[in-house]
Design a protein around this ligand. Structure first.
Ligand code: PMP
Length: 282
């Protein structure tokens, strides 16, 4: 696999980053994941805009121009022959002698690599995902897409240990989001509910696109927080992310939703998302 690191395209074994890089030492880094279908990038404008926002919040300079960054995505997709999968991009503040304080003159690092994988034909989308609820113990700037993913990883491991697939995180009695996705429920009246944006969760690009597609399909969306109890009593549930698209959730803390298999609304939204994102891919 060819990867990109700071201006160079290299075989993955040859790519190097300093041990003093603050991404490595302090998770002083942000990332984006854009999915690829038919060799094209999905929802790219959203990922590009969110990268700029995350960097701005942390005062990390842009490592390259938006045009250059798009070109690197395309080069890697082409060079690695990715038809379906993802492009991972990470920007770190760069390397400096270890110190909590940073200086404004640091040179950021830019790393990208591809992952080839099947996303549309997903076994989990067929059977549906099982989630458990867990306390949300992450920091309070979840709106910034940092590489500080340890609690999310621990929560995912706890879910797997409990025989589930993923965790929904709960703060003050309300679900914030999944470990790596935004959480949605479908009420008995067919209304989609997903938490309103704030510092408490990541503004998902897939979430934003799905909100537009739902509006076009005359499906109502309410942006508000909901409890685990409300979710357990919902008609359906699902999560959204660039790497899972729309993924039906069929069980919460061992309580089956509906028939315990992917519901009609989530299934239709998944189809709409795949169709629309293919159509708008670049
Ligand atoms: N929330 C969290 C915590 C995430 O890690 C992700 C995926 N990166 C999402 C939500 C979904 O965001 P997107 O649709 O942009 O992938």
């Amino acid at each position: 696999r060819i990867v990109y690191v700071n201006g160079e395209y290299l075989p993955e074994e040859e790519a190097k980053i300093s041990i003093f890089d603050r991404g490595f030492l302090m998770a002083d880094a942000v990332y984006e994941v854009a999915s690829v279908l038919d060799g094209k990038l999905l929802d790219y404008a959203g990922h590009e805009a969110r990268l700029a926002r995350s960097l701005g919040e942390l005062e990390i300079p842009m490592p390259a121009s938006p045009e250059e960054i798009l070109e690197i995505h395309r080069q890697l997709v082409t060079r690695n022959g990715v038809e379906e999968g993802a492009v991972y991009m990470q920007v770190t503040r760069g390397a400096a002698d270890r110190d909590f304080a940073w200086t404004a003159d640091m040179t950021p690092s830019l790393v990208l690599f591809t992952q080839a994988k099947a996303i549309v034909a997903s076994p989990m989308a067929q059977r549906g995902s099982k989630v458990i609820s867990l306390d949300d113990l992450r920091w309070h700037r979840r709106d910034i897409k940092t590489t500080q993913l340890l609690y999310a990883s621990m929560a995912k491991m706890q879910a797997k240990a409990a025989g589930a697939d993923d965790a929904w995180l709960v703060e003050d009695g309300k679900i914030t989001e999944g470990t790596s996705n935004n959480a949605w429920i479908v009420t008995k009246d067919g209304v989609l509910v997903t938490r309103q944006l704030s510092n408490d969760l990541l503004a998902g690009i897939t979430r934003a696109s799905l909100m537009r597609y739902a509006a076009e399909a005359q499906i109502s969306v309410e942006e508000r927080a909901f409890t685990v109890e409300e979710a357990k009593g919902a008609a359906e549930a699902f999560v959204t992310s660039a790497s899972a698209f729309v993924m039906p959730v069929v069980e919460i803390d061992g309580v089956k939703l509906g028939a315990g298999s992917p519901g009609p609304v989530a299934t239709r939204l998944r189809e709409i998302y795949v169709e629309e994102s293919r159509r708008t891919a670049i």
